[in-house]
Design a binder for this molecule. Structure first.
Ligand code: URA
Length: 263
């Protein structure tokens, strides 16, 4: 048979099988089942003795103690550069995967005042710096009103700014309790390493993280203590943009901070 004969022969066989109802090819080559050795029945006793092999065990997800890992990493960081590197290497916060930038801090680490916000928003995620969007611009104006600023070189007039979370939550949603808990050891170490004289908490999220409670409307303006440092909860500048009437209280809080700095 030449090759064209083989083609027509094979094709005729295939068409015949299709006419018989074959719809699917299972193997590349046919199996001659008459040539296979007949399957011998297995004695019942052998069946009873046989070890039943179930499906292979499904690997169980190992539960990771993300807070413990964060605590160890944070404790091992001897300075702010090491802390930033340790946080960037921390793989247990899912927000890291959705964020464009890691946002650590801005301003002067030697400043007497450390300001803590919630988390980067869209502008901060783009710029890799905290508080650079509209709320950040308002924050800069508020600070300027009491002669403070993130670009001032003198530690007495400078501020140092960070957030509870270094990665932007999707759609700027509020950070959840697990995210706050796993990043808290880093934040606490951040405060310990920066050693500010005063801490300012902007809005509910840093209050929840560091004081274990929120309710900024009641908490704002009352000095408390965080890691042994005087700490002032204030309205978040984003809240002030939405509620300009609350700027009155924010101004009172800024004046209280200024008075403490001058005391
Ligand atoms: N809001 C925050 O809490 N932090 C930022 O960095 C920006 C907006």
């Amino acid at each position: 048979m030449d090759s064209s004969d083989t083609y027509w022969h094979d094709r005729a066989l295939l068409e015949w099988q299709v006419e018989l109802g074959v719809t699917e090819a299972i193997l590349d080559a046919p199996v001659d089942r008459y040539a296979l050795e007949a399957v011998k029945p297995v004695p019942k006793a052998a069946v009873a003795d046989a070890k039943v092999e179930g499906p292979p065990p499904i690997p169980q997800a190992v539960e990771v103690d993300a807070v413990g890992i964060a605590r160890d990493l944070a404790a091992g960081a001897g300075d702010l550069v090491a802390l930033s590197a340790a946080m960037q290497g921390f793989e247990h916060c899912e927000l890291k995967r959705g964020a464009r930038s890691f946002v650590f801090s801005d301003g002067q680490p030697q400043a007497r005042v450390m300001i803590i916000g919630e988390a980067p928003g869209r502008e901060e995620d783009r710029a890799g710096k905290p508080f650079v969007g509209r709320a950040g611009q308002l924050l800069d104006r508020m600070l300027e009103a009491i002669e403070l600023g993130r670009t001032r070189e003198d530690a007495a007039q400078a501020v140092y700014i960070t957030n509870v979370l270094p990665w932007r939550p999707p759609s700027n949603r509020t950070p959840d309790a697990a995210e706050i808990a796993m990043m808290l050891p880093f934040l606490e170490r951040h405060i310990a390493l920066a050693e500010p004289d005063f801490v300012v908490l902007m809005g509910n999220t840093p209050c929840q993280a560091l004081l274990g409670r929120s309710g900024i409307t009641r908490m704002r303006g009352d000095w408390v203590e965080v890691l042994g440092k005087p700490c002032l909860p204030m309205f978040h500048p984003a809240y002030l943009l939405r509620n300009p009437i609350a700027k009155r209280e924010a101004w009172a809080d800024l004046l209280a901070l200024k008075a403490r700095l001058r005391a």
